[in-house]
Design a protein around this ligand. Structure first.
Ligand code: NAP
Length: 287
């Protein structure tokens, strides 16, 4: 097993069989073909998606869904083990995926990763910025560190990723950027000044990116979930699910698949006329 071999299991990259690939391969219009790059070291003939925060929760569901849609998925998070399991599951289901570990809150780490993946693969079609954290507390007690850390992970990393994605997407004249926001960024939320600030900022960032890149075939949108059952919300929801469901118009908490379905659409070719939008997926929590 050679870790330097891009298709060795040790490299974290798993490919589908040529049969499965042929069945789901996208046909690119001439204007969408990716220009060969002198530093490209492997050929990816499927659309390629980077999904952050893919080790669990909503991001994991998005990665599985995009792989099922026929994209090659680069799954990103800090923990290698759950990412490895995800890649195995995708591959077993006939999909194609690899993983990279990265702390997106560390400086330009995510931007560097995006740049490197685009260079070595010769393409970048979809970027889903989903990794996120909470450090909740009322403003009177919120430390500078808790504010800065949430901004670094939930907002600044997305700036560095979008900046790195802009060039390869513009070069390929195709791109779908989907940023995961929150209804907290629209309505605000007591105890989440840091989180709501980051998620509100993400809307302005996404609309601006949409305006800058739209003429090159690149769209940028936000999916804003309401209350979704994941590790992030476990402590809040535990034992209070019925009470919380009563506040939601469709009378249930969201599941990660509710969000990945929306992302699948915005990441698809048919969503090319939708850009700069915020798609709220909250079961009617905020109407
Ligand atoms: P989760 O279950 O806590 O998962 C968070 C994911 O982000 C994990 O894969 C985690 O992986 C990754 N992550 C966290 N910090 C990271 C870092 N510094 N670098 C790289 N990866 C990091 O959260 P979730 O509920 O699925 O939330 C996903 C997104 O949806 C977030 O942006 C969140 O704000 C948003 N959202 C969630 C809800 C909800 O109700 N759940 C509602 C609105 C919006 P590692 O720990 O392995 O790094």
């Amino acid at each position: 097993m050679d870790p330097k071999d891009p298709v060795s299991p040790a490299s974290g990259i798993h490919r589908r069989s040529s049969h499965a690939r042929a069945a789901n391969r996208y046909t690119l219009a001439p204007s969408e073909r990716v220009i060969p790059h002198h530093r490209r070291s492997r050929i990816i003939d499927q659309r390629l998606a980077i999904v952050t925060g893919a080790s669990r929760g909503i991001g994991r569901s998005i990665a599985s869904r995009l792989a099922a849609d026929g994209l090659h998925v680069v799954a990103v998070a800090r923990s290698a083990e759950p990412l490895g399991t995800l890649v195995e599951e995708i591959t077993a289901a006939g999909g194609s995926a690899e993983f990279r570990t990265c702390d997106v809150g560390e400086g330009n780490a995510l931007g560097d990763l995006v740049e490197e993946v685009a260079e070595t693969s010769g393409r970048l079609d979809v970027l889903v910025n989903n990794a996120g954290i909470t450090r909740d507390g009322l403003i009177l007690r919120m430390s500078d560190e808790d504010f800065d850390q949430v901004i670094a992970v939930n907002l600044r990393s997305i700036f560095s990723a979008c900046r790195a994605a802009a060039r390869p997407m513009m070069r390929g004249r195709y791109g779908r950027i989907v940023n995961i926001g929150s209804v907290s960024g629209i309505a605000g939320n007591a105890g989440q000044v840091n989180y709501a600030t980051a998620k509100a900022g993400l809307i302005g960032m996404t609309k601006s990116v949409a305006k800058e890149l739209g003429a090159k075939g690149v769209t940028a949108n936000v999916v804003a979930p309401g209350f979704v059952r994941t590790d992030m919300t476990e402590a809040l929801a535990s034992g209070r699910e019925d009470e919380m469901a009563k506040m939601i118009t469709v009378r249930r908490l969201g599941e990660p698949e509710d969000i990945s379905g929306a992302v699948s659409y915005l990441a698809s070719e048919q969503a090319g006329y939708v850009t700069g939008q915020v798609l709220v997926v909250d079961g009617g929590l905020v109407i």
